[in-house]
Ligand binder design. Structure first.
Ligand SMILES: N[C@@H](CCC(=O)N[C@@H](CS)C(=O)NCC(=O)O)C(=O)O
Length: 225
């Protein structure tokens, strides 16, 4: 039995879920409380995702998706797959915090959607929303500086264009006629904040992206029954 310890809106967690969903591999999720993370008390590593596969515990999304692909999805990896997987983790994902949490006001509004799908009680949700929207803009600014992002929206759109021109290269999917491991990673990271207008922003900017995203959505966004 696979259990994924996650935050529902975490891009690294969605990278794993997109692959599990695409592989139609059943799994359970446990929503981790951002304050205290007591649900993952059984390990020192205090970040999600954490995957439990029977007795095996795996941390770090790159290792988790490798485990899932080796054991379950077994999608072929093209020669340049590693480079794109690295691009997702080292570049694409870093545009999200400054886009989602640019100011306390926007962050507060976005937290309402982020917490929408979680089943924490109203008091905990209210506290998380207030504390989160005070903390996250500062975290986002730090990450922006760390990753040399000057203009988040402009650079994010450039990253989307790069994915379309150099990744998709006119094919329906990175994998060709069928989506592959890299498609799942890019889709998962971006889908984590679809309810916050991020994929809409990308789709309005680049119609080819919008088409690719729409093709991936039914394949990768739904948990298998
Ligand atoms: N390199 C890690 C990054 C995971 C990560 O940063 N997760 C965030 C949520 S999106 C987290 O757990 N943050 C909690 C914290 O840092 O306290 C991975 O790929 O799994």
């Amino acid at each position: 039995m696979i259990t994924l310890y996650q935050f529902n809106a975490c891009p690294f967690c969605w990278k794993v879920k997109a692959l599990l969903n695409y592989a139609k591999q059943p799994y359970e999720t446990v929503e981790v409380s951002p304050f205290g993370m007591k649900e993952i008390d059984f390990i020192e590593h205090k970040k999600v995702p954490v995957l439990r596969d029977d007795e095996e515990i795996i941390v770090e999304s790159a290792k988790i998706v490798k485990h899932v692909n080796d054991k379950y999805s077994q999608l072929p990896m093209q020669d340049d797959a590693e480079q794109w997987v690295k691009w997702v983790d080292d570049e694409l994902v870093h545009y999200l915090p400054p886009l989602i949490h640019p100011t306390i006001k926007v962050s507060y509004a976005n937290f309402s959607h982020i917490l929408d799908t979680t089943d924490m009680g109203w008091l905990k949700a209210a506290f998380t929303r207030i504390a989160g929207s005070l903390v996250m803009p500062k975290v986002a600014r730090k990450m922006q500086a760390k990753h040399n992002i000057e203009h988040p929206e402009k650079e994010f759109k450039q990253a989307i264009d790069k994915w379309v021109t150099e990744g998709l290269q006119g094919k329906p999917f990175f994998g060709g006629e069928q989506a592959d491991f890299v498609d799942c990673s890019v889709f998962g990271v971006l889908h984590s904040s679809h309810q916050l207008g991020i994929t809409e922003l990308a789709g309005k900017h680049n119609a080819v992206f919008a088409e690719w995203y729409a093709q991936c959505q039914p394949l990768m966004s739904n948990k298998p029954a």
